[in-house]
Ligand binder design. Structure first.
Ligand code: TXA
Ligand code: MG
Length: 376
């Protein structure tokens, strides 16, 4: 995509994530009111925000991210009353989810309100709305006095940022201001639920689990598995399931995802890593704390092993996932070998992001097989 962005100096300002300083928030809000962009923390990932009711701000967001105009943005609000400003209708089911999970990591797809420019929704007659719980996001939206459109603050197709430094690495010179509120807590993006379909369905698993959603709306459908190839969509036409490109959350290094029984995964990862190390490759391994002992021989031969949490703690895995991928990337490894995590709770979002990051490089290991079989 053409890179027609004019370079601007990017300022990074620290902000207290619990009690954001009024002067800092006011400075950021003034930029937003002027149609400019601000990167800010949410509880999920950092967002690249602009006034959701101004087309020029949305245009700037797409340009700064290098994102195609066919991928719609999420509109962030600070209070439930603002829902009517951006959505044309709020079905009862939507209201129940909002009351149960807002503020928090849940995005609702609703009929688009007339004041939301079509550029924001990529031409769709629906709009994605979310009310973040992060005090900085809350304060900023209130001070700006307008809903804020914000995709994740990464360059298109890169891993989402969970720290201000990640956002700076991707957007330096492309935004005037980044608010640094420290690492985000949830670590994966919000769950997107379509409430415009006959049956509510998860379009993107995220920080609100399917299990939790079903306690409020038992009929919520799980996400459909991503398609291996996405047909080119026509000029100007939004994707039917936007954001569902298989290759979406990609580290810049090839990632191989191992799936199968735990011990079989470990054995396959060790075998693959040792071969690669033998050939002189730099190997990064994303594992669970239960794997560390088995991976010791790889570590001793120079592999970078990162095990951010236990298999029993999907929330911790989610919180550390993107930062770990970026860390391995920054360490200039040639390849990342990754174990899989069970799709329970936030594990469903972790599985989704890892499968996308692998982009088809999924190795299904069969406990009875002697060699790992690569499935395309
Ligand atoms: O946690 C989050 O949701 C973060 C923070 C910053 O709030 N934002 C985020 O935005 O992840 P983004 O733009 O990276 O992802 C938005 C997702 C995409 O999958 C997009 O296609 C989908 O929401 N989406 C937006 N509008 C939609 C619509 N009208 N219909 C269906 N999907 C939509
Ligand atoms: Mg994103």
């Amino acid at each position: 995509m053409a890179d027609d962005i004019k370079a601007v100096p990017t300022e990074v300002i620290p902000v207290d994530p619990r009690q954001p300083e009024a002067a800092v928030i006011e400075r950021a809000a003034a930029l937003l009111r002027a149609g400019e962009l601000v990167v800010f923390p949410t509880e999920t990932v950092y967002g690249l925000g602009g006034d959701a009711l101004r087309e020029e701000a949305a245009r700037r967001i797409f340009a700064a991210k290098g994102r195609p105009l066919t991928d719609p943005l999420i509109v962030h609000i600070a209070q439930i009353e603002e829902l009517e400003r951006v959505a044309a209708a709020v079905p009862e089911r939507a209201r129940r989810l909002a009351e149960a999970f807002w503020p928090g990591p849940l995005t609702l797809i609703l009929p688009r309100g007339e004041h939301v420019p079509r550029l924001v929704t990529a031409g769709l007659e629906t709009v994605a709305v979310r009310m973040p719980s992060h005090p900085v996001a809350q304060a900023l939206i209130r001070a700006a006095g307008t809903p804020i459109a914000a995709p994740s603050a990464n360059r298109f197709k890169h891993v989402s940022p969970t720290t201000a430094q990640h956002a700076l690495a991707d957007l330096n010179g492309r935004v005037p201001l980044i608010l640094d509120g420290g690492p985000t807590t949830v670590g994966v993006e919000s769950t997107v639920v379509d409430l415009c379909a006959a049956v509510p369905r998860i379009l993107r698993p995220g920080g609100t689990s399917l299990e939790a959603l079903r306690q409020v709306l038992p009929e919520v459908e799980p996400p459909q598995p991503p398609r291996a190839s996405q047909p080119e969509h026509e000029e100007g036409e939004a994707q039917r399931a936007p954001g569902q490109l298989l290759v979406h959350y990609s580290p810049t290094v090839p990632l191989f995802l191992f799936e199968g029984e735990d011990q079989a995964q470990r054995t396959a990862i060790v075998a693959d890593a040792l071969q690669r190390l033998e050939r002189g490759e730099r190997v990064g391994i994303l594992a669970a704390s239960e794997d560390v002992e088995t991976l010791r021989p790889c570590e001793e031969r120079g592999a970078l092993v990162r095990a951010p949490a236990s298999l029993e703690e999907p929330e911790k895995v989610a919180a550390a996932l993107f930062a770990t991928l970026r860390e391995l990337e920054a360490a200039a490894v040639d390849v990342i070998l990754c174990r899989s995590f069970r799709p329970v709770g936030l594990g469903l979002a972790v599985q989704d992001r890892l499968r996308r990051a692998a982009g088809g490089r999924i190795i299904r290991v069969d406990p009875s097989a002697t060699a790992a079989e690569e499935v395309r």
